[in-house]
Design a protein around this ligand. Structure first.
Ligand code: 4NP
Length: 158
């Protein structure tokens, strides 16, 4: 079976989605799971930028170096390349869906979707807060990354 391709998406691609990418790379590496992994933003303000220093710091503290990541904006090709596009919040989800072509390969949902209740939780935007917000972000994306790996490795629908 083809390895799954997963794209994490937030607004700027400098805080939440790079951390989700890092957390998912870490759990995949640890369990020997092969996936095509990337992240992007719905906005264009930070294209080419490294992750926010606070995001870099919390990733480093948790064992991942994200200093070489560079922000990019989601594009229509992403709907063919990726099997799963995972939004951090409802605004991201709405913006992604507004770009989604009719022949999209990708399934689009919130990272923290709750399959049983059919609802989802947001990964709150830490950009305008302090460093503690980035600890909360790491916990949220790490929990989403673990659940996603579990679902993909059991080939459940995600
Ligand atoms: P992110 O956070 O979407 O988690 O990368 C933000 C980064 C930048 C901005 C907003 C949110 N901004 O307004 O520039």
């Amino acid at each position: 079976m083809k390895r799954p391709a997963v794209l994490f998406v937030c607004l700027g691609n400098i805080c939440r989605s790079p951390l989700a990418e890092a957390a998912f790379r870490q759990v995949c590496d640890r369990s020997g799971f092969d996936a095509d992994i990337d992240s992007a933003g719905t906005g264009n303000w930070h294209i080419g930028d490294a992750p926010d220093m606070r995001a870099q710091a919390v990733a480093r503290k948790n064992g991942v170096d994200i200093s070489a990541y560079r922000a990019r904006q989601i594009c229509t090709k992403d709907f063919q390349r990726f099997d799963h596009i995972l939004a951090m919040d409802h605004a991201n989800l709405r913006d992604i869906r507004s770009l989604q072509p009719a022949d999209s390969v990708a399934q689009v949902r919130l990272l923290l979707a709750d399959q049983r209740r059919g609802v989802g939780k947001e990964v709150a935007d830490p950009y305008y807060g302090g460093a503690d917000g980035f600890e909360i972000t790491w916990s949220a994306v790490a929990s989403g990354a673990n659940a996603l790996l579990d679902a993909l490795s059991k080939r459940k629908s995600v």
